[in-house]
Design a protein around this ligand. Structure first.
Ligand SMILES: [Ca+2]
Ligand SMILES: [Ca+2]
Length: 125
């Protein structure tokens, strides 16, 4: 459970960054850039960026899926505020993550939050 919480915290962290921009550190940017620049020409084109995001997404989608199931204590397929309380990072941003405003987080809403978190750090150049 501790590891799952950490995973969710990691997934949610970029969401916090969009609310209050933080400097993630040049080292992180460089390593991410290098990972994305598949043909090492010093530029990340749209294709490289899309592929990188897709790979990252499919890895994290599994994590979200597992985390969601663990958080969904009563197994009704949605996360209530009470269930979200076990992960402070999720509980804090519950209202923002609940995009359809039904008072519950669906797996889709969790995935959307993850996608939003990942596109938030898209290169602007
Ligand atoms: Ca539930
Ligand atoms: Ca909802």
């Amino acid at each position: 459970m501790t590891r799952t919480k950490l995973l969710i915290a990691l997934c949610a962290a970029p969401l916090l960054a969009t609310a209050a921009p933080a400097d993630p550190g040049q080292g992180y940017i460089d390593s991410t850039f290098t990972a994305m620049d598949a043909n090492k020409d010093g530029h990340v084109d749209k294709t490289e960026y899309a592929r990188f995001q897709q790979e990252r997404f499919s890895r994290q989608a599994d994590s979200i899926d597992v985390a969601f199931k663990e958080m969904d204590a009563d197994k009704d397929g949605k996360i209530s505020r009470k269930e979200a309380a076990v992960v402070p990072e999720i509980a804090k941003y519950f209202a923002g993550l609940d995009t359809d405003g039904d008072g519950y987080l669906s797996l889709k809403e969790m995935q959307q939050a993850m996608v939003a978190a990942q596109t938030a750090d898209a290169p602007t150049r």
